[in-house]
Design a protein around this ligand. Structure first.
Ligand code: ADP
Length: 249
């Protein structure tokens, strides 16, 4: 589903990502871990097109997507979670979801003048999809709640919901467990597993090792911008190289 080959990214001569290669199999949950500054976030940005690669290649479903714009990669079926932006925090959970898909005909002024019927229909489809997403996440009761009033874990669920509205094949999750209480953490883990059951592929950055151990099929460890090791959660847990990398943090 995703292939990263010898990717390099430098910031003013400093290699944040250094000849890093890995693959993510379709319909798996893969954890991307490593100490702070390992290059995980930079790697996410390179995959999603938010940053340009200096060297190397990124393939998504066999297609080379090097330096595609974020919206072009999104259109191919890749979505990532983002913190709810400030302006959207003052809107309801349902509105947050309904605002996601871009490129709808209603956004184009000519379409809204001449193709009113189509726009209305798309809005209905979009609302139905938003409710379906809420149901999937078991958040229906929060539909009319302002995003700003959600707890940390509920915000994470909403971020996931916003990513799902784009109906992606590959979902990049940036620390889905950060700042989440144990009850909601279980729910987030369950939802990620449910997405896998539905055939989706998930790559997540996460510091919560319990979450990584409980849900991941594979774990990739980055250190100093490089691919250090990878394996099953059990293999990674006992790998001395991984322990050493974290101790040197
Ligand atoms: P991680 O997500 O694993 O903590 P990052 O990808 O955020 O690591 O950062 C990797 C390294 O690159 C760090 O040393 C960080 O300071 C540096 N870095 C990240 N983004 C930038 C940037 N925009 N400009 C300069 N340095 C950056």
């Amino acid at each position: 589903m995703l292939k990263v080959k010898s990717v390099v990214k430098e910031f003013s001569g400093f290699r944040a990502v250094d000849e890093c290669s890995f693959e993510v199999e379709k319909n798996t949950i893969t954890g991307l871990i490593g100490p702070n500054g390992a290059g995980k976030t930079t790697m996410f940005n390179l995959i999603a097109g938010s940053l340009k690669l200096d060297q190397g290649e990124v393939y998504f479903s066999e297609q080379k997507v090097n330096n595609f714009a974020p919206h072009q990669i999104a259109r191919l079926g890749l979505a990532r979670t983002f913190q709810i932006p400030k302006t959207l925090r003052k809107m309801t959970v349902l509105e947050n979801l309904m605002l996601v898909p871009s490129g709808q005909s209603g956004e184009n002024i000519w379409n809204s003048w001449f193709r009113g019927a189509k726009v209305e229909n798309e809005e209905k489809v979009n609302a139905a999809k938003a409710y379906e997403t809420l149901e999937f996440l078991e958040m229906e009761h929060l539909a009319d709640e302002m995003a700003v009033n959600l707890s940390g874990g509920q915000k994470k669920l909403l971020e996931l919901g916003r990513a799902l509205m784009a109906e992606p094949e590959l979902i990049l999750l940036d620390e889905p467990g950060a700042g989440v209480n144990p009850t909601l953490l279980n729910k987030i883990a369950e939802n990620i597993l449910k997405l896998k059951e539905r055939g989706k592929t998930i790559l997540l950055i996460e510091h919560n090792m319990d979450l990584i151990m409980n849900i991941c099929d594979r774990v990739i460890v980055m250190n100093d911008g490089k691919h250090l090791v990878e394996g099953t959660p059990a293999e990674i847990k006992t790998n001395p190289q991984v322990l050493e990398a974290y101790l040197g943090e």
